[in-house]
Write a protein that binds this ligand. Structure first.
Ligand code: UD1
Ligand code: UDP
Length: 455
């Protein structure tokens, strides 16, 4: 089997690595790595190949920066040629970059199956270009690898067939867990920057909705300056933000704040070391929230919303928006209110199943789907008179989800299950379907009649 990986930039590489390495042991999988070139600075790209032990890409499409249309269009055009030459059995795309969208679109148009890693992530905010990318990718992908049960539900709600959804956990956290020891041991970044554990906060900010307008970016700079009067602020600046800081004449202001270390983006190992030893993180990055939550580093998220709903409920992650006053208020509380800080530190991650095995699970699932000739989603047969056929039935006895699935005729699928309060139930093979739960089925009219025997 030939699998082509599409990666575009910084947050993709940490997601690619665990799957890439897990596939090494499958001797009949041939892997091809295509770098779109969306990120190209050494510190946004090359360093991660070294830190994550990834081989040099087989192909670099060299698309570089540009408007969304230019970037996405160039990748589409250039990747199409590679796909036509390589004819992979499967294309793997990761996250929600423009490279992810273009990678999946180019492939499905050539009828090449696509698997999306980090499927179902939703902030329900189309102001974010990533939300548009990921929603479209999920709509057209054949195989979905969400990282949380909430994301599975997002996919169900959007009409993705449960058969094509495989909850595997979080590949980003695979990378974190397999590199954190190395980071603690090998990284010299604390010494190089003359920093001590717990005596600084780590900051990242690069979302266009925060940094592309003068008001948002001024708010962030003002907040950082105020916080830096109380604790050192370490800020590896994303190139997008650097450009905007210069354009809005804010870079000097930032650098002139006494205790701010405005530095270039750092490599993965160094970043993990910085994050792990920080008092707390202030960020608008998706992955940094996940890493903070997992390492027990309190996280103040400079956004109005997040895809990581459970982390907000649990309180390990706090949404502070980009209002400077609010950011400073929460930062001060974390710095000065020991009880508050310890309470947050002690809270466990709401994602205990992010256990470092997502990459291995993906490799195994993909391999088995290939063996069973089931990589491509089959066109639905469940159309009668031009309409899909649904049936909702009440379950008459408590039974395991896997038993119902096993007993179903092949031409009927379970779409959703609701508990007795009408809430949707997240499904995996160990889910118990209690008496009184309602099950929504999808299938042909004739075969639906056989259901009464199962329930
Ligand atoms: C992209 C992703 C975003 C992800 C982020 C991670 C999209 C729509 N967004 O945003 O989801 O969180 O990467 O970092 O794909 N630039 C450089 N050097 C580089 C790369 C970029 O100078 O190596 C500068 C260019 O001026 C460019 C700007 O950064 O115009 C933005 O880069 P781009 O790749 O368009 O989007 P990101 O903001 O990086
Ligand atoms: N990261 C890094 N160096 C930095 C900042 C972040 O290696 O200077 C890592 C971080 O550990 C995480 C990933 O980059 O794994 C996050 O990428 P980014 O914030 O660019 O993307 P997002 O997750 O927001 O899409």
């Amino acid at each position: 089997m030939k699998i082509l990986f599409v990666a575009g930039g910084r947050p993709n590489f940490m997601k690619v690595a665990p799957v890439w390495h897990a596939m090494e042991k499958y001797k009949d999988i041939k892997k091809i790595l295509v770098h779109t070139g969306q990120h190209y600075d050494v510190e946004m790209s090359d360093v991660f190949f070294r830190d994550l032990a990834l081989p040099q890409p087989n192909v670099n499409l060299g698309v570089g920066s540009g408007s969304h249309g230019e970037q996405t269009g160039l990748i589409l055009m250039r990747l199409e040629k590679v796909l036509q030459e390589e004819k992979p059995d499967l294309v793997l795309v990761f996250g929600d970059m423009n490279s992810t969208l273009a990678g999946s679109l180019a492939s499905v148009k050539l009828r090449i199956p696509v698997a999306h890693v980090q499927a179902g992530w939703r902030a329900r905010d189309n102001r974010m270009p990533e939300e548009i990318n990921r929603s479209i990718v999920d709509r057209i992908a054949d195989i979905h690898f969400p990282e949380t049960y909430e994301d599975c539900l997002n996919l169900y709600h959007e009409g993705i067939s449960p058969d094509r959804i495989f909850m595997v956990g979080n590949v980003m956290i695979d990378s974190l867990l397999s590199h954190i020891k190395l980071a603690k041991k090998r990284s010299r970044i604390l010494t190089d920057l003359n920093l001590k554990k717990n005596e600084y906060v780590i900051v990242t900010a690069h979302r266009p909705e925060n940094v592309d307008n003068i008001k948002g970016l001024t708010n962030i700079v003002d907040a950082l300056c105020k916080i830096s009067k109380n604790i050192t602020v370490v800020y590896p600046i994303h190139p997008r933000t650097k450009k905007r800081l210069k354009r809005f004449n804010l870079l000097d202001k930032l650098k002139n704040c006494k205790n701010i270390r405005a530095i270039k983006p750092v490599g993965y190992i160094d970043f993990l070391k910085l994050l792990y030893n920080s008092r707390f993180a202030l960020t608008d990055s998706g992955a940094v929230q996940e890493e903070g939550i997992t390492l027990g580093i309190p996280c103040l998220t400079m956004r109005q919303n997040t895809e990581l709903y459970k982390s907000i409920e649990r309180g390990t992650n706090i949404l502070v928006g980009v209002d400077s006053k609010n950011i400073v208020e929460y930062a001060m509380r974390l710095l000065n209110d020991k009880k508050f800080y310890q309470k947050i530190k002690r809270r466990k991650s709401p994602y205990p199943y992010w256990d470092g095995t997502a990459g291995e699970q993906i490799a195994k699932i993909v391999y088995n789907l290939w063996k069973n000739k089931n990589l491509k989603e089959k066109p639905s047969n469940f159309i009668e008179n031009g309409y899909p056929v649904y049936l909702v039935m009440e379950n008459m006895r408590t039974v395991m989800y896997k038993s119902i699935k096993k007993a179903l005729p092949p031409n009927i699928k379970i779409v959703e299950v609701f508990d007795t309060n009408g809430n949707m139930v997240a499904l995996d093979s160990n889910t118990k379907i209690e008496k009184g739960y309602k099950i929504k089925f999808f299938g042909g009219k004739d075969s639906m009649e056989s259901l009464s025997h199962i329930m």
